[in-house]
Design a protein around this ligand. Structure first.
Ligand SMILES: Nc1nc2c(ncn2[C@@H]2O[C@H](COP(=O)(O)OP(=O)(O)OP(=O)(O)O)[C@@H](O)[C@H]2O)c(=O)[nH]1
Ligand SMILES: [Mg+2]
Length: 214
């Protein structure tokens, strides 16, 4: 039997990023997730239940283990539970440019998240960009919503693109990792701040991992 001990990765070298893919029924959540996971587009996807996947890739040359929850609302007015938002490190909010109601769904989820103080990195994806003749939501409206929600935004087509779809997952991942670094840093600042003001100077001059010596 092969000894796997030697190849087991040190836990600290692998970042785990949990992403919930959220949006109204039929916007292409599964198509986007499957595109990212397999680079393929199969056209018909399971609508029965939430699906969870694990996928390891390099983001900026660092290995990242994605855990992706492809949610599956049963109705247009069914929103993800707080359990899902507590689980997630980042949320991909998906609507279809061909269906204005799905844009409204994303707006409401963004508002729910802001009101709930989740402080979760978001990324807004406008899918089905291959169907411009059926467009109901302008690029500008999407960009404005993203600006208000302080997150990234892209129009893509899961049906026709591979790299722009992967880029969306990578951008969200980078936002999650940046938020993580920031919260680590502010934890350190809080720890140092309770001691004396010259420790603050110390924190400024040193890297994140530096700890006070006394
Ligand atoms: N034209 C076009 N059709 C798409 C695109 N992405 C998905 N679809 C189609 O839209 C339909 C719904 O896609 P799904 O990926 O199942 O959507 P979903 O959001 O996962 O839907 P639920 O799981 O039911 O909530 C399918 O018929 C897909 O083939 C796209 O970029 N362009
Ligand atoms: Mg689906």
């Amino acid at each position: 039997m092969m000894n796997t001990k030697g190849i087991r990765r040190k836990k600290s070298s692998l970042s785990e990023v949990k992403v919930a893919v959220v949006g109204a029924p039929g916007v292409g959540k599964s198509a986007l997730a499957v595109r990212f996971l397999t680079r393929r587009y199969i056209g018909e996807y399971d609508h029965q239940s939430d699906n969870r996947y694990k996928h390891e890739v390099l983001v900026d040359n660092e290995p990242v283990l994605y855990e992706i929850l492809d949610t599956c609302p049963k109705a247009e007015d069914e929103y993800p539970s707080s359990e899902i938002f507590n689980w997630a490190d980042g949320v991909l909010l998906v609507y279809s440019i061909t269906d204005r109601r799905t844009f409204g769904y994303v707006k409401r989820v963004a508002a729910m998240l802001a009101a709930g103080d989740y402080d979760l990195p978001l990324y807004i994806v406008a899918n089905k960009n291959d169907m411009v003749h059926l467009r109901q939501v302008s690029t500008e409206e999407g960009a404005i919503l993203a600006r208000d929600a302080d997150c990234g935004f892209a129009e893509v087509t899961a049906a026709e693109q591979v790299l722009p779809v992967a880029a969306v997952f990578h951008e969200l991942c980078k936002a999650v990792l940046a938020a993580r670094r920031k919260s680590k840093h502010s934890l350190l600042e809080r720890m140092l701040g309770t001691r004396s003001s010259n420790l603050k100077l110390y924190a400024r001059g040193k890297s994140d991992s530096a700890l006070p010596k006394d």
